[in-house]
Ligand binder design. Structure first.
Ligand SMILES: Cc1ncc(COP(=O)(O)O)c(C=O)c1O
Length: 479
C-alpha cells in the first residue's frame, strides 16, 4: 500500500511509499504534511488506534511514529489533549515573517492581519496583559466623564492636554510615586516616544547618556533629535551613573531606575544619588522612564527619582503598562524651565491622544478605579512571576532567573553562546520571545550576556500554563 487516505476530521493524503518500511514511511509522510502546512499547527491527530485502522497499520507502528515525531519537535503529546501538530516556524524559515507581532517589535514591523505565522504565545517584552483591560470600570468612567465634560472639551485642545487629567495625575503621582508635581508642569503626550522626542529637541544638540541595554527605537528617537548617545554600562546595580561625572558635554541621562529595562534590576540607591548629583552639578537632566514603577513585589514601590530634585529630573510615565498601550496616553512632569520650550515644540500640530480618553482616565484616577485595577494586576502578575520561578526551580533548576523584584518581565541566564539557539527553539514551540542581546546598544563596550527576556506579564491568564510548558521545552538541558 504505497499511499493512503486518513480521514481524521478532514481527508489527508499520506504517501507512505519510499525506503525504510511503513513506520519510516508514515514518519516521513506526517513530517511532510506538517512541513508543507497541510497539517496546521495545533491540529489534533487521531489516536494511534484509529489512524492505524485507517491506514491498515499495526497500532504500535503508529504509536512509534508519533513518539519519534514528538521527540523531533514536529508533534506534541500531552495528557488530556492528545497528540497535536506542534507550533513551528513558517516553511520558509524566514526571520522577518516570524517576528513577534506584539511588543515593541510590532511598532517597527507593520502587521499583516490574519497571517498564519502569528506565534501562539507571546513572551516579548513591552505589553501588559491587555486581556485584563478593565472594560466595565472604564466604560463607567467614560460615561461619567462624558456626561460631565464641558462643551469646549469636544473642540481642539491645548498642547499640554486636558487640565482634568493633569490635575488627577498630579495628585496620583504625588501620592503613589512620590513625584513633586503640579498640573502646570505636566505635559501629556501620545506615548513615551513622543515625549522623549519633544524633550530631546528642547534640549538641543549634544550628547545624552543611555543605558547600554534598552530599546533601540528609543535610542533612535534621541539620535533623530540631534543627540549623540553615550552608553553607560549596566550591572547588578543598574546603570553605572558614577561614570556621568567623567563625561563631557552630556546634557542628560535617560534611565529606567525603578526596573532597568530589560535587565530588570532596580537602580541602587548610591547610583540614584550619583545620577541626581551629576545633574545638579553639571546643569543636566535625568530623564526617569518610570514605565512600570508601580509593579514592585518584594516591598513598596521605590519612589520616583524626580522626588529627589524636581528641577533636574524629568519624570515620564505611561498608561501602557498599567492599562493598555492602545490608549496612547503618557505624561512628562517637567522642571519649570522646560515647560515653555516643550509646549512650543508640541504646538497644536503634533498628534495628541484623544481628549475623551484623557477625560476618562482623569475620572478613572480620581474615582479610585485606577488604584483598584493596579492592585488586582499586581496580584495577578505576582502570581505569574511565582509560577515562573517555581516551574524553573522544579523543571530547569540550572537556569538562573533574575530581575524578578519588580515589573512584568524576568531575565533567564543562559550558557554562553546559546541565546540564539534557544530563541529559535522557542519559535518551534510557537513562542515569541527575545534574547537579551537584542536590546544591547551595539556601540556599548560591555560584553554580551546570553539570556532571555521573558515577559510573563504579556500572555492572558488562561494560556499561562501552556506558555510555561512551551518555554521549559525550549530551554537547554543542564550541562
Ligand atoms: C522601557 C519602556 N519605556 C517606555 C515604555 C512606554 O512606551 P509607550 O508609552 O510608547 O507605550 C515602555 C513600554 O511600555 C517600555 O518598555
Amino acid at each position: 500500500m504505497p499511499s493512503s487516505w486518513a480521514t481524521f476530521g478532514r481527508d489527508l493524503h499520506l504517501d507512505l511509499s519510499g525506503p525504510g518500511g511503513r513506520r519510516a514511511g508514515l514518519i516521513r509522510a506526517l513530517r511532510d504534511a506538517v512541513r508543507s502546512g497541510r497539517l496546521a499547527p495545533d491540529t489534533r491527530l487521531p489516536s494511534s488506534r484509529s489512524l492505524a485502522a485507517d491506514l491498515g497499520l499495526a497500532r504500535n507502528t503508529v504509536a512509534d511514529a508519533y513518539a519519534e515525531l514528538v521527540a523531533e519537535g514536529w508533534l506534541t503529546a500531552r495528557q488530556g489533549s492528545g497528540t497535536r501538530v506542534a507550533w513551528r516556524p513558517l516553511p520558509d524559515g524566514g526571520r522577518a515573517s516570524t517576528r513577534p507581532r506584539t511588543g515593541p517589535a510590532a511598532r517597527r514591523t507593520p502587521v499583516r492581519a490574519g497571517r498564519p505565522d502569528r506565534p501562539r504565545f507571546d513572551l516579548t517584552a513591552g505589553t501588559a496583559d491587555v486581556s485584563a483591560f478593565p472594560r466595565t470600570a472604564w466604560l463607567a468612567a467614560a460615561r461619567r466623564a462624558l456626561t460631565a465634560a464641558p462643551s469646549e472639551a469636544f473642540g481642539y485642545n491645548t498642547p499640554a492636554g486636558r487640565p482634568e487629567l493633569r490635575t488627577a495625575l498630579a495628585d496620583y503621582l504625588a501620592r503613589a510615586r512620590g513625584v513633586r508635581a503640579d498640573p502646570e508642569r505636566i505635559v501629556l503626550c501620545a506615548g513615551f516616544p513622543q515625549g522623549l522626542s519633544l524633550l530631546s529637541r528642547a534640549l538641543g544638540p549634544g550628547r545624552i547618556a543611555v543605558e547600554s541595554y534598552g530599546l533601540d527605537f528609543h535610542r533612535a528617537v534621541l539620535t533623530r533629535a540631534g543627540l549623540d548617545t553615550v552608553p553607560l554600562p549596566v550591572d547588578a546595580h543598574g546603570a553605572d551613573t558614577r561614570q556621568l561625572a567623567g563625561l563631557d558635554d552630556v546634557r542628560a541621562a535617560l534611565l529606567t531606575p525603578a526596573h532597568q529595562f530589560p535587565t530588570g534590576v532596580p537602580l541602587h540607591p548610591d547610583r540614584r544619588a550619583a545620577a541626581v548629583n551629576w545633574a545638579r552639578s553639571a546643569g543636566g537632566y535625568v530623564l526617569d522612564d518610570d514605565y512600570d514603577g508601580e509593579f514592585r513585589y518584594d516591598r513598596q514601590p521605590v519612589g520616583a527619582l524626580q522626588g529627589l530634585d524636581p528641577d533636574h529630573v524629568v519624570h515620564f510615565g505611561t498608561a501602557s503598562k498599567n492599562l493598555a498601550p492602545a490608549l496612547r496616553i503618557a505624561w512628562m512632569v517637567l522642571p519649570d524651565r522646560l515647560v515653555d520650550p516643550v509646549l512650543e515644540l508640541k504646538g497644536t500640530g503634533e498628534w495628541q491622544s484623544g481628549a475623551l480618553d484623557q477625560l476618562t482616565l482623569a475620572d478613572f484616577l480620581a474615582s479610585g478605579a485606577y488604584d483598584r485595577h493596579l492592585r488586582g494586576m499586581r496580584l495577578r502578575y505576582r502570581r505569574r512571576r511565582d509560577q515562573l520561578v517555581a516551574a524553573l526551580a522544579e523543571r530547569a533548576p540550572h537556569v538562573r532567573v533574575s530581575g524578578i523584584a519588580a515589573g512584568l518581565h524576568a531575565v533567564l541566564e543562559l550558557p554562553p553562546g546559546t541565546e540564539q539557539a534557544v530563541v529559535e527553539a522557542a519559535r518551534w514551540q510557537g513562542l515569541a520571545l527575545e534574547g537579551l542581546s537584542r536590546f544591547r546598544d551595539p556601540t556599548a563596550p560591555q560584553p554580551t550576556r546570553d539570556a532571555l527576556v521573558v515577559a510573563y506579564g504579556t500572555p492572558p491568564d488562561h494560556s499561562f500554563t501552556g506558555v510555561l510548558d512551551a518555554l521549559l521545552r525550549a530551554l537547554p538541558p543542564a550541562l
